[in-house]
Design a protein around this ligand. Structure first.
Ligand SMILES: [Mn+2]
Length: 357
């Protein structure tokens, strides 16, 4: 098991040596910047990112994300060109020694929150989702809502260039069904997983955020049943899951521990975080520890140990604390607290089971 932190490369406000100073961190997971969906990631660009990480003494543990083009998700005529680029990107990542790809298969909105700086009673700030607010908006308004609160930080998945095309995208997905989206995911996986097997690159699909449908767009990564269906459609260890506890768990019907028990053998990547429910389909991203949110993080870590999870784990979104000027959710301080807490749980659990001396 390796411990990581998400890092946004050169545009991240956090210097990489500050990440290195967090105890027990093996490396980072990061994106390649300046790429449009469907583009090929060249060896040269991947190598430059890898060198920038390794020169700090850390490892580049995986890529988050190699985003899947809407042509693939919607199955338009440009799909095969985009898949060809995706396959070559897998080969290029592999030849640079990178063996994990996190991706998602959600139409248009990768994630959604309605408040980026919700003031907690302790004066820290959290991201909040409130379905009532979403229901009162048009999809086009979501972009303005996020942008108006992001304090100038470009939020991943809400880039201006891409969202300028939102009307066009909504048109592509008009009348789209879950079945159609699933068929397109199956088509994609049948194409790329054989390349992953050849190159030893694990694919790890990220659950829906939130794990229910918004703006009438279909969602197919929202619960245990969906995850089982995905891993079965191409039955290969390379066809795996990113277990984002905060995403999948933000529907209280989803039991994260049960999910790990049933599909943990295909979990290659863990996003470790907690949420507190504030009402029906309304929640706040809390501090990582059990005490601050709805999940029993001890039981989640124990379930991971019990399925012999040996992939990459990172703390997911943190609160904004100690007046840090940061991209909401991606500050250094609270994620550093989160990873230390997660490592404490892991040490205690593995030692108590006689796994770690
Ligand atoms: Mn996540």
């Amino acid at each position: 098991m390796k411990w990581g932190i998400r890092w946004y490369g050169a545009k991240d406000h956090i210097p990489i040596n500050h990440i290195r100073q967090i105890p027990g961190v093996d490396g980072v997971v990061g994106p390649l910047l300046g790429k449009m969906l469907g583009d090929l990631w060249t060896l040269e660009k991947i190598k430059a990112l890898k060198d920038s990480v390794e020169s700090s003494g850390l490892e580049l543990l995986g890529i988050e994300s190699v985003a899947v083009a809407d042509a693939i998700k919607a199955g338009t005529e440009d799909r095969d060109r985009c898949i060809k680029n995706y396959k070559q990107t897998i080969r290029n990542l592999s030849s640079c020694g990178i063996h994990l790809i996190c991706y998602s298969f959600k139409p248009i909105f990768g994630w959604a929150k309605t408040t980026l700086f919700y003031k907690n009673p302790d004066t820290s700030y959290s991201l909040v989702y409130d379905d009532k607010v979403v229901q009162s908006l048009k999809p086009q308004d979501m972009y303005e809502l996020i942008k108006s609160q992001s304090k100038g930080f470009e939020m991943s998945g809400w880039e201006e260039k891409w969202l300028a095309k939102i009307d066009e995208l909504l048109e592509i997905y008009k009348g789209f069904t879950r079945e159609k989206l699933f068929d397109n995911l199956a088509y994609f996986l049948k194409e790329v997983i054989p390349v992953c097997e050849e190159c030893d690159v694990k694919m790890a699909i990220h659950p829906d955020e939130p794990p229910y449908e918004i703006f009438g767009l279909p969602r197919i990564t929202k619960n245990l049943e969906d995850l089982k269906r995905i891993i079965e459609v191409v039955d290969s260890p390379y066809n795996g899951i990113t277990l984002c506890t905060g995403s999948i768990g933000s529907n209280p019907d989803n039991d994260v521990v049960q999910i790990i028990k049933e599909v943990g053998h295909r979990v290659h990547f863990v996003h470790f975080r907690n949420v507190e429910f504030l009402g029906e389909r309304k929640f706040r991203e809390s501090a990582h520890m059990s005490k601050d949110g709805a999940f029993d993080m001890y039981k989640i870590m124990e379930a991971l140990v019990d399925v012999s999870f040996d992939g990459i784990i990172r703390p997911d979104h943190g609160r904004t604390i100690w007046d840090e000027e940061c991209m909401p959710g991606y500050g250094l301080y609270d994620r550093a607290l989160g990873i230390c807490y997660a490592q404490g749980l892991y040490e205690a659990i593995t030692k108590s089971k006689g796994i770690q001396k």
